[in-house]
Design a protein around this ligand. Structure first.
Ligand code: HPA
Ligand code: ZN
Length: 326
């Protein structure tokens, strides 16, 4: 079995995936036409050429511009179903999707429109491919605490349809501590918490995500390797890191895949998984992330298996549901 066949055959969960980041330029242009929304680019090709990022912010600027074509329930459905079909082809048996309600409600798209479309696609994925899914509502950290509370209020009638909350967008200057009260309220409502930390931000932000937000996983977390005490804690407490190698290279966290610290994290005993983050923008879906990372870091098949197993163990499915895969 070659590496690609081996990777695709492994049952795996994708735990770090922004559904807005799966908007391929072809679909962006189709929805722009369908919804009569102007785009800043002339063609699909010009759009791909523009995806030359220098850091997280330069990506986010384009990511929010692209998301402007998403207006109707059908748009969110089509977006999510296309991702889920692609993930299924990569051997993903379970996917936990982040969505950013504020990106849409700020453009007057109702919260329920977003959720209805995503949820309908998730139901179809279960019926067609037996995939299980979770929806995680992510707060945009460049916006205020007050905005976050307003979004939580919009979400209140739908809490039974959400499986957790996350924290994403521009990290530097927006530490987890900014949202301590918002996340305390989310936990009080019974929502599990995850947070992006240590992508561009320092190890201190990872400590804050753990101690102030009680984050159950850390999204990215690669800068943990700068702090030995943090590394020891992440290993001891087996706090999952949802690592996204292509994203880290495209956003210049590491210069090349060969310089990525995923193997260092793995060797230190951390629960590391591989995820695609925003695959339409970063050059590949989850299986390609596994394949290229394994090749660049000379990962053994046992290590690749362990990463896939980590992803299932770190997911928000109960043991009874998880058992068939493990
Ligand atoms: N980091 C922060 N915010 C994001 C990302 C990311 O990698 N992708 C989409 N929103
Ligand atoms: Zn992310």
């Amino acid at each position: 079995m070659n590496l690609e066949e081996f990777v695709i055959a492994l049952p795996k969960a994708e735990l770090h995936l922004h559904i807005e980041g799966t908007l391929e330029p072809e679909m962006m242009f189709e929805l722009a036409r369908r919804n009569a929304v102007p785009l800043p680019w002339d063609s699909v090709e010009a759009t791909r050429v523009a995806y030359d990022f220098s850091n997280l912010q330069s990506f986010l600027d384009l990511y929010y511009a692209g998301a402007a074509v998403l207006l109707h329930e059908q748009d969110f459905h089509d977006l999510a179903l296309a991702y889920l079909e692609r993930a299924h082809a990569d051997g993903v048996v379970h996917a936990e999707l982040f969505f950013d309600p504020q990106t849409h409600t700020l453009r007057s798209v109702p919260f329920s429109t977003v959720l209805d479309g995503l949820e309908r696609a998730c139901v179809e994925a279960q019926q067609r491919w037996g995939m299980s899914t979770r929806l995680i509502m992510s707060f945009l950290r460049h916006l205020s605490e007050e905005d976050g509370f307003a979004t939580l209020d919009e979400a209140r009638p739908h809490l039974h349809r959400l499986h957790g909350v996350g924290l994403d967008s521009s990290e530097l200057g927006h530490p987890p501590s900014k949202f301590e009260r918002l996340f305390a309220e989310c936990r009080r409502l019974g929502l599990p918490v995850v947070a992006h930390a240590g992508e561009e931000g320092p190890p201190e932000y990872i400590f804050e995500a753990l101690d102030l937000l009680q984050s159950q996983r850390i999204d990215h977390g690669v800068r943990a390797s700068e702090d030995p005490a943090l590394m020891a804690r992440l290993a001891r407490e087996q706090i999952p890191l949802t690592v996204c190698p292509f994203s880290n290279v495209r956003l210049r966290v590491f210069d090349t895949l060969a310089e990525h610290n995923l193997k260092t994290l793995l060797d230190a005993g951390l629960n590391v998984s591989i995820n695609s983050d925003d695959p339409a923008y970063f050059g590949g879906y989850v299986a390609q992330n596994y394949i290229d990372t394994a090749a660049a870091l000379s990962l053994s098949r046992a290590e690749i298996k362990r990463i896939a197993r980590n992803s299932l163990q770190a997911s928000f499915v109960s043991d009874a549901q998880r058992r068939p895969w493990l």
